[in-house]
Design a protein around this ligand. Structure first.
Ligand code: ADP
Ligand code: MG
Length: 256
């Protein structure tokens, strides 16, 4: 059995009168791709933001390799090995692909406050190595603004991996992508996760992507965790089907 990387216990968060996350508990192992699904407003992003430190839980614990990180600051949690994909598209579009990854490496090595110009020289070999892993080394010196959308998403993945996370959080990583691009990105994520032995928690609207790529699935509805299991078990879970459609089957349905 692989190591328990993340253990979430009794997590709760309310906004005014809305119980956004209501006593959620689950575990995630190293090398595992865990999908969190649920209708809009189910509490997925709120859960993510409590794990990455953007939000303080009202109650509950978030154990990363046994250490409680609940309520710690985002930067502290990130330093302990919880990475997430950021949208580099908007901010760093004018930088080249390799510069984006070098910036992430600089930040990882705490050179964040060095003049950005130094990014052009530092960590270039390591950045190229990461781009080779994600299959984008041939675009290293192109501005990000010239990349196709799917490739920008792949750069975001490389940037997240630059910080050598133990746990990677991906909230809707494939939003806005065509089905074929979604599958390519999740295939790549899966391969890298297995190679690097890290754990991934991701949300995704396309059921095809979820059932095709996740090792396990947890389902939230109105803040509560209503089901968890392997994709086949979730696919045939009547409570899950009810939450999504009132009744019927989940197979092949996308509500993005
Ligand atoms: P999901 O990501 O599953 O779509 P969210 O976690 O974003 O769901 O939202 C869960 C619930 O919490 C929703 O009812 C949403 O309106 C509410 N909510 C989320 N963030 C805030 C906030 N910052 N302030 C007030 N209500 C919020
Ligand atoms: Mg969300």
């Amino acid at each position: 059995m692989t190591e328990t990387l993340l253990s979430v216990r009794g997590l709760r968060k309310a906004f005014g009168g809305v119980q956004a996350v209501d006593d959620v508990s689950f575990e995630l192992h190293s090398g595992e791709l865990l999908a969190m699904i649920g209708p809009n407003g189910a509490g997925k992003s709120t859960c993510f933001n409590m794990i990455n430190g953007q939000l303080k839980p009202d109650a509950g614990s978030v154990l990363l390799q046994g250490a409680d990180i609940a309520g710690r600051r985002p930067r502290d949690i990130w330093r302990r090995g919880v990475g997430r994909t950021f949208q580099v598209a908007a901010t760093y579009a004018s930088m080249t692909v390799v510069e984006n990854v070098q910036m992430a490496l600089l930040s990882h090595h705490r050179g964040l406050f060095d003049p950005w110009r130094r990014a052009a020289r530092l960590h270039r070999d390591q950045a190229i190595g990461l781009l080779e892993q994600v299959g984008l080394a041939d675009r290293a010196d192109d501005p990000c603004s010239t990349l196709a959308y799917g490739d920008v998403k792949t750069v975001e993945l490389a940037v997240a991996l630059a910080n050598s996370p133990k746990l990677l959080l991906m909230d809707e990583p494939t939003a806005g992508m065509a089905p074929r691009e979604r599958n390519a990105l999740m295939d790549l994520t899966r391969r890298l996760v297995k190679e690097m032995g890290i754990g991934v928690l991701f949300t995704e609207h396309s059921m095809d992507v979820v059932f095709g790529h996740a090792d396990r699935v947890i389902v939230l509805a109105r803040g509560e965790l209503i089901a968890q299991g392997v994709p086949d078990a979730i696919r045939s879970d009547s409570r899950v089907a009810e939450v999504y459609f009132g009744s019927g089957k989940l197979t092949g349905i996308s509500h993005a």
